[in-house]
Design a protein around this ligand. Structure first.
Ligand code: PPS
Ligand code: MG
Ligand code: MG
Ligand code: MG
Length: 389
């Protein structure tokens, strides 16, 4: 598989991305100026970093996600280069998944030993004789990324720091070490997703997107970005493979469209994770004529937050599936800080206070720029009402 085919599963996408990227870069000069003036006030500067809200947490989260993203990127690149990607062999993504959770959790533990973590994975498949082969691969991978070597037991313990139940009180992190495991195996998009929840609300999010192009108008250019947002401080993009740790950050913002008929929407690749049929009906009601972009993982939030697409539709495929907090925490705050809104099928904000899942919500996830969000939710409601008739 050549790297030119790796971005998205849909063959006609690059032309559309070129279109949307042009739109991103054709923001009116006045819009850009206003936005960067706001940033001068709110963006944390390294000189007063210790006094800025969540500055240490932000720096540590970036370090952790960057480190885990590079671990995943190395496995991913090797797979792609060796052309060993097959649907039947899930072991490469499994090794990277456990490895990334161990890396992030041990970095968090070093800096914030009191903070509990709601992580997607646990170590039960890595124990005993049955888990030996996988365990050894995970430990080897983790030790390519750590300063001090970690033993098997230390790696397992780090993974299991992710068992916290979550809730509405105090602070905890939530981690999806690889979101879009299917995307990883297809050689497409995946993300390392970390968010900090305080008193039930997401306050900080970092998304590592190792295979996302830095610029959507340069699909053959550099890949690998980090998206970062702290409550009240805006959303930013950094390059994943920057040489200096003082990497410059670029502010990101949703596209400024007033009418949904100009919109591009994006949805999951997997039909089991969203109802493509419902999404298509909603798009029709919104007079959208452009075909959808299909992207794996929370890279969908990244795409909408930086204006590559305008609406994320994730209509439930069943009434029993409950969304997990690690699948939406980082994307949620990055969208908000980039000028967007996120909600369930009823338009209610995602409620991260109910534990490990979004059980207090009505299902599904919709994200769009604040200007068009209510109109999108009306179309969602109409579609669901028509279906139940
Ligand atoms: N039935 C159902 N409905 C909705 N969502 C589900 C479902 N089953 C799984 N998942 C979760 O979807 C996560 C992958 O997200 P995406 O759908 O955005 O990506 S993809 O297009 O499938 O790659 C995926 O996250 P990862 O397991 O981290 O890859 C799952 O948590
Ligand atoms: Mg996930
Ligand atoms: Mg995952
Ligand atoms: Mg999973």
């Amino acid at each position: 598989m050549s790297s030119g085919n790796l971005l998205l599963s849909h063959g006609r996408l690059s032309a559309r991305y070129r279109y949307s990227a042009q739109r991103v870069f054709s923001l009116k000069r006045t819009d850009k100026a206003t936005f960067s003036n706001q940033l001068l006030v709110s963006r944390p500067l390294s000189s007063h970093i210790a006094t800025t809200y969540l500055a240490k947490e932000r720096a540590v989260a970036i370090e952790a996600v960057e480190c885990a993203s590079k671990v995943c990127q190395s496995v991913f690149k090797r797979l792609v280069a060796e052309e060993t990607l097959t649907k039947n062999d899930k072991s490469p993504v499994t090794v990277a998944d456990f490895g990334a959770q161990a890396v992030v959790n041990s970095i968090l533990e070093k800096h914030f030993p009191q903070d509990p973590i709601v992580g997607e994975e646990d170590s039960k498949d890595l124990h005993g004789d049955q888990g030996r082969a996988l365990r050894e691969k995970v430990v080897e991978l983790v030790n390519t990324a750590t300063e001090t070597p970690m033993s098997s037991d230390e790696v397992l313990r780090a993974i299991d720091r992710g068992q916290y139940a979550g809730g509405s009180k105090g602070r905890h992190w939530t981690l999806d070490p690889i979101d879009g495991t299917k995307g990883f195996l297809r050689g497409e998009q995946f993300a390392v997703c970390l968010a900090l929840i305080i008193d039930g609300k997401v306050r900080l999010g970092v998304l590592g997107c190792p295979n996302l192009p830095c610029q959507m108008d340069k699909l053959d250019g550099e890949r690998g970005v980090l998206m970062v947002a702290v409550e009240g401080q805006g959303a930013f993009q950094r390059r994943l493979n920057a040489k200096s740790s003082e990497e410059e950050e670029t502010p990101i913002h949703v596209a400024d469209i007033a009418d949904t008929k100009e919109a591009i929407f994006c949805e999951s690749v997997e039909s089991g994770h969203t109802s493509h049929g419902d999404n298509a009906n909603i798009a029709k009601l919104l007079n959208i004529t452009k075909p959808p972009i299909r992207i794996d993982s929370q890279c969908k939030y990244a795409a909408v937050a930086r204006g590559d697409a305008d609406i994320m539709l994730r209509l439930p495929t069943s009434s029993t599936y409950v969304e997990k907090i690690w699948d939406h925490g980082a994307g949620n705050i990055i969208m908000h800080e980039a000028g967007g809104r996120v909600g369930d099928i009823n338009g209610n904000p995602l409620d991260f206070s109910a534990g490990r899942t979004l059980s207090a919500n009505g299902g599904g996830v919709i994200a769009a720029s604040a200007k068009i969000f209510d109109v999108v939710i009306s179309a969602v409601q109409t579609t669901l009402a028509q279906k139940s008739q």
